[in-house]
Design a protein around this ligand. Structure first.
Ligand code: GLN
Length: 485
């Protein structure tokens, strides 16, 4: 059953081949058997899942089943879930049980989806390796001595290992696409504002965006149908009407212009990544797309620009965690100063503290003009360059990441860690939609390709990847897991 996509599970439910309860029981038993090795979940909500599955079966019996009714989902642990612990993988929120659910969670729940649990992640969504979680690192199901990527590493590993057919993630600088690439699944970061940020624990509010992670583009489209749309509770959510994202999937891609920036294929790029990505582009060409060589020199600036802006926004967002209103509180504070200092010192991990220090420095009187304002100006230039390029071509393509999954001991310093986001960050700075999909393997580890589209062109990204997946099998490859099931 776990080899089935969401779309196939949907058909099976409609045909009466199995019930939502059968599906929930199957995935819960897979989680129980395999998650101790992977650590992809922080919280497993078995009782609630079985109750939701029962309700979904009852709704179906009454003829009230919508397209997502009875299908399982796991949520990254930065989406607030009413009555279910939500930690952002931080000690700071180890005891936090939200009184409300994020809009994304609520929409999928109202559509009848069954929540299996909350997935592990880098602390406060900062990272590219899922090694900074208070609850321990997540392992890559393809090779347990390698990282799954981050920060949505738990969601990616769980989908890759088929412990859930789909999960939510969030992407501020690549956190859906990079772990999707490193675990061989499909992950979509929509246009900024396409999915409400209400109830998502913020990293950088001007870039955070939720999105679906699944094995196929078709499944991502199915989820986006329920997730997308304006939300009065989020003033930055887009007012543009959402579309039916599954409708255009079957359309051929002939005549589509795909820009291939030379900067996405630097000389230093390993052939193990470059070759499968180039082969994928050739296949799209055979399917009728036109490849157009382009140049985007601005891509050289994305990492420093992003680093300055994310740190500045993160330190502001994290200032609310003061030991008074939310989360961890130190024992026996002497005075208010001691309460703030010790609660934050104890609650945050080293990586988070580094970003807070950097962010405060960026916003300090001495550095504000020199770094923060400068980074905003460069962001505008990057955004303009990408938007102008997308007037000449329909999509921009390249590898999602410069490397396949790295070992737990590699890339420990923050600078080389940030470089793993070189190809993904541009889409966040410009607020554009982008998708990562599996295109091959290098020494047993998955390789992902990325497509970046014009604003609100999610349907086109999903269509191209769906056409590619109709002609290839990479998305069907599954890792062999340790314990039998
Ligand atoms: N790896 C990037 C960072 O550490 C991206 C994080 C994200 O997209 N949430 O900031």
């Amino acid at each position: 059953m776990h080899q089935l996509t969401l779309t196939q599970l949907q058909q099976g439910l409609a045909n009466g081949d199995f019930t939502a309860t059968d599906i929930a029981e199957h995935y819960l038993s897979r989680i129980e058997a395999h998650d101790p090795q992977l650590n992809s979940f922080i919280t497993i909500t078995a009782d609630q899942a079985l109750a939701q599955a029962k309700a979904a079966d009852e709704a179906r019996a009454k003829g009230e089943a919508g397209p997502l009714n009875g299908l399982p989902i796991a949520h990254k642990d930065m989406f607030c879930t009413q009555g279910v612990k939500t930690t952002s993988a931080s000690r700071m929120l180890d005891n936090f049980v939200p009184p409300y659910s994020a809009t994304a969670v609520e929409r999928l729940q109202q559509a009848g989806m069954v929540m299996l649990g909350k997935t592990n992640m880098d602390e406060f969504a900062m990272g590219s390796s899922n090694t900074t979680s208070f609850y321990g690192a997540v392992k890559n199901p393809w090779q347990p001595d390698c990282v799954p990527g981050g920060s949505s590493g738990g969601s990616a590993a769980a989908v890759a290992a088929r412990l859930t057919p789909a999960a939510t993630g969030s992407d501020t600088g690549g956190s859906i696409r990079q772990p999707a690439a490193l675990t061989g699944i499909t992950g979509l970061k929509p246009t900024y504002g396409r999915i409400s940020r209400w109830g998502m624990i913020a990293l950088a509010s001007s870039m955070d965006q939720a999105g679906p992670m699944a094995t196929t583009a078709e499944d991502c489209a199915l989820l986006l149908n329920a997730l997308a749309g304006h939300d009065n509770k989020d003033s930055t959510s887009a007012t543009q009407a959402a579309e039916d994202y599954t409708q255009g999937l079957q359309q051929p891609i002939s005549g589509l212009r795909i820009g291939v920036p030379e900067e996405f294929f630097p000389e230093t790029l390993s052939s193990g990544v470059a070759n499968p990505v180039r082969a994928a582009l050739s296949l799209l060409e055979e399917q009728g797309a036109v490849l157009v060589p382009i140049s985007l020199p601005c891509l050289a600036w994305v990492v420093p620009t992003y680093t300055a802006l994310v740190a500045a926004e993160a330190c502001s967002n994290l200032s609310r965690f003061d030991g008074v209103r939310f989360g961890h509180q130190c024992d026996n504070p002497k005075d208010i100063e001691d309460l703030f200092t010790r609660s934050r010192s104890e609650g945050f991990g080293a990586n988070v503290k580094e970003r807070i220090l950097l962010g405060n420095s960026m916003l300090s009187v001495e550095n504000y003009q020199r770094y923060y304002v400068k980074a905003q100006q460069v962001r505008r230039l990057i955004s303009q360059a990408l938007t102008e390029a997308l007037q000449e071509v329909d999509l921009i393509a390249g590898p999602t990441t410069p490397d396949v999954a790295f070992g737990f001991d590699d890339k420990q310093d923050p600078v080389s860690m940030n470089l793993s986001d070189t190809f993904t960050i541009g889409a966040n700075l410009a607020g554009l939609p982008a998708i990562s999909f599996p295109v091959g393997f290098e020494q047993g580890l998955p390789v992902g390709a990325q497509l970046i589209g014009g604003a609100f062109k999610e349907a086109q990204l999903l269509q191209v990847v769906h056409q590619y997946q109709q002609a290839t099998q990479w998305h069907q490859e599954t890792p062999k897991l340790g314990a039998a099931q």
